[in-house]
Design a protein around this ligand. Structure first.
Ligand SMILES: [Zn+2]
Length: 340
């Protein structure tokens, strides 16, 4: 049954010349939202995973608006995740469209295959350091390798500078870097219309998990001791977005958002609650992040090990920064957290 709120918000986007084309993905998150901006140049924001079904669905969506893939003139990427970038090179090859992405992301995407190998080394070392058993690390590594085929490299990406603008005949979009969900999250602000195209920075129906990722500019696998603080970064990005005056936020998954200020406040309260719960567990005695994840989520800590590890580490980072928790590295290279 059509949801009247969703229909109203999509109609508002369409009034601004921005049309939703949702593409299937093989991932738990479900469909990914691509946004077609009918302006000069004809632009597609995000492009779905590298799969035949996604491409066919995109072709049908474009045809419904009277366009073909070959008509695309510009492709804009909101971040590095494969459900958003996988088809970019195929679409660019067919259309000659330029592919625009955050300046720091362009060299990363050009060497996608090499980068994902280093990503796997980083995430395996991180899982070891935080007490995830060896056999689970191996299974996760092969799952992650099998996902790679839904991504693809993008050559010659046009680098976008944060603070700059992306110009069209009928609008200009301010380019803003909002890292946290991933290191490359980029949002596009139409100040005149109060519209933000936000990728996965903020999603209505789920919390945008800040996944542990190595910095885009790192040449090798960042050692676990130097992991970036993804949730700390994410909360700072959310605070910046909360100060914006927006009528409509078009997201990378799910429905558009019209109340970003209260949604961000709810997300902040949720993270505060989770931080207190994890602090309570650490109060009971030194724990690894995997033990904390298991205490929090039981079996989900096994089936979604990297996601739950990222969740725990994000909140532990808040406690480490507060000075209420310290970390101890044992001789076998495993970290335990304890209350100060
Ligand atoms: Zn994402």
């Amino acid at each position: 049954m059509p949801d009247p709120t969703r229909e109203r918000d999509l109609a508002a986007a369409a009034d601004a010349g921005i049309h939703l084309i949702a593409l299937p993905t093989p991932f738990a998150v479900g469909r990914v939202n691509c946004w077609l901006i009918e302006d000069d140049p004809l632009t597609l924001v995000d492009c779905g995973p590298n799969s035949g079904t996604a491409l066919t669905t995109l072709e049908n969506g474009l045809r419904a608006r009277g366009h073909r893939v070959e008509d695309l003139q510009r492709i804009v990427l909101t971040h590095q995740h494969i459900d958003h970038v996988g088809l970019a090179q195929i679409l660019a090859d067919r259309s000659g469209a330029e592919v625009c992405c955050l300046d720091a992301l362009a060299p990363w995407l050009a060497t996608f295959a090499e980068q994902t190998v280093v990503d796997d080394i980083f995430s395996s070392a991180l899982m070891h350091a935080h007490g995830i058993p060896e056999d689970m690390v191996l299974v996760l590594r092969s799952v992650s390798a099998s996902y790679r085929a839904w991504g693809a490299s993008v050559a010659g990406g046009v680098p976008l500078t944060p603070g700059g603008t992306l110009s069209f005949a009928d609008r200009s979009l301010r380019i803003l870097h909002r890292p946290g969900h991933s290191p490359s999250d980029t949002v596009f602000h139409d100040e005149a219309r109060g519209i933000l195209i936000g990728g996965d920075h903020l999603i209505a129906h789920i919390s945008s998990n800040p996944l542990m990722a190595r910095p885009l500019d790192s040449t090798g696998a960042t050692p676990p001791q130097e992991r970036p603080q993804a949730l700390v970064t994410y909360l700072a990005s959310l605070a910046q977005t909360a100060r914006m005056d927006l009528a409509l936020l078009l997201t990378g998954h799910g429905d558009p958002i019209t109340d970003h200020v209260s949604l961000i406040a709810a997300r902040e309260r949720g993270h505060e609650r989770r931080k207190r719960k994890i602090a309570g567990l650490i109060d009971q005695g030194p724990r690894t992040a995997f033990e904390l994840a298991t205490a929090m989520w039981g079996n989900i800590a096994v089936t979604q090990a990297y996601l739950t590890l990222s969740e725990v580490l994000g909140h532990v980072d808040l406690l480490l920064n507060d000075g209420t928790v310290t970390e101890h590295w044992s001789d076998d290279g495993v970290v335990r957290f304890s209350a100060t």
